[in-house]
Design a protein. Structure first.
Length: 254
């Protein structure tokens, strides 16, 4: 049975790399469920070190769909349904636009773009103020969905929108999970439409989603118990180093 599973994993990854990504999917889902943000960007940064560039954004998107769907399902009573409706109207518009402009960028451009994006979402200015108009929510859905097609992990951007509502911590986590579930689902549809084949990657994606479900369950159970300050410091350090490595690889290849 184990040998059969190995044959189903992508040929472009070693068994060790595949198992590491499965384990990491659980850990990053735990991170996001506990802190509300961060796991998707960290997973993207690590996947970019191992995976073929053509598969990076679509595979990461489908894994994140599963992770966010599990979190949204477990917290569905706390979702801000009005905000989600407005956001998803924009997300559908953004996906339609992206389906006409999405292209496969060279590896160096992907590495540089992802590295800069991660540094910006970790160290850049945070949105201020409270509240978001219906028009603002629709526009946010359009823009973040288009950006997501190119850089993958827009969780921090979506989080900046959700966190402006002034809702309680659980509502923010639940609403963000619902928004990213819809966004990543649309991303998968767009990449399938433009010709990406998920078949080779489906077994790995399924294992990563399963691992993510376990991580989400654990993270939600410790949501109100863990102090995030020290963990945020460690997260910033690790993801900054990964982003700098991506930038270095991309710039050296120019």
């Amino acid at each position: 049975m184990f040998d059969s599973l190995i044959t189903l994993l992508p040929d472009s990854l070693t068994l060790t790399e595949s198992l590491f990504l499965v384990t990491l999917a659980g850990g990053t889902s735990l991170l996001t469920a506990t802190l509300g943000i961060g796991g998707g960007a960290l997973l993207l940064a690590v996947m970019a070190q191992m995976m073929p560039v053509a598969a990076l954004i679509p595979v990461h998107g489908l894994v994140q769909f599963g992770s966010n769907f599990n979190r949204a399902l477990l917290t569905w009573r706390h979702i801000d349904r009005v905000l989600i409706t407005q956001f998803m109207i924009g997300a559908v518009i953004g996906a339609l636009i992206a389906s006409m402009i999405v292209v496969q960028l060279p590896l160096t451009m992907i590495q540089i773009a992802v590295g800069l994006f991660i540094l910006w979402i970790v160290w850049g200015p945070k949105p201020k103020g409270e509240g978001l108009s219906p028009r603002g929510a629709v526009i946010a859905g359009v823009l973040t969905t288009i950006i997501s097609m190119f850089v993958g992990a827009t969780g921090p951007l979506v989080g900046g929108i959700v966190y402006r509502t002034g809702a309680d911590k659980l509502t923010k986590v639940a609403t963000m999970a619902a928004a990213l579930t819809g966004q990543h689902l649309l991303k998968g549809v767009v990449f399938a439409f433009v010709g990406f084949s998920f078949i080779e990657w489906l077994p790995l994606i399924a294992l990563m989603i399963l691992s993510g479900a376990v991580g989400t369950w654990v993270g939600l159970n410790i949501l109100h118990k863990i102090s995030s300050e020290r963990f945020n410091q460690l997260f910033r350090l690790v993801i900054t180093l990964l982003a700098l490595r991506l930038l270095w690889q991309g710039l050296m290849a120019l």
